[in-house]
Design a protein. Sequence first.
Length: 242
Amino acid sequence: MVSAAAAKRKITLAEELTEIREDSGRSRAEMSRLSGVAESFIAFFEGEAPKGVTSDIYARNRLRDYCKFLGLDAEKTTNRYRLEREVRRVIVSPVGVRSNRRHPLTAVPSSRLLVTPKIIKAALMLLAAAGLGAYFIFAAQQMVSPPQVVVSSPEDGLVTYEKTLVVEGSTEREVSLLINGKPVNIDSEGNFNDRLDLHDGLNVIEVVATKKHGKETRVTRRIIVEPRERPTAVLESFLDVQ
């Protein structure tokens, strides 16, 4: 499902995904509704940088879902996505440019080089101690801080006619997760999903992630289900008009 313009020239994946969507005549919001992928991720795949979206394993999983909806090869597309992001990080040095600066070691007289093995050993020990201390500080912060939870679907304030929907997102693997009080499994990558039954009117969905030491994070989604018009009501309205 590649556009004719994309086939004639080399373009980035972001440009290709943008052209596919624009050729379909749909907005990002429409593509999000049809594919089940959050609009912020679609914007991210098209080259923008929405707040709160980063290039991680969860983003690649959402890209696979979006590729399946578009009819693209999910594996090839995600490999291309990863390769293009790596290429953008590479800083290419100018070719053929020579520097007239002398090497730092050749510019300093040997009599001024006072770095001895004892100093090197002491510096390495100091670095090791600093690294160990930083690790313990990081581990302590992880223990006392509440877990991170991202609910990618549904969006808060969604209005729908459907009586069921899938709640999905990601969190830390070593947590207990409840959705409206029901325990939900978390996979090895921290992703979760669960299908809920809804009723007409306002539905409140509460996702609670709890660490072993009691710290918890709550994410709430409010969903409104509009009742479908019943055939009998339609018939009665038609007869009243007659």
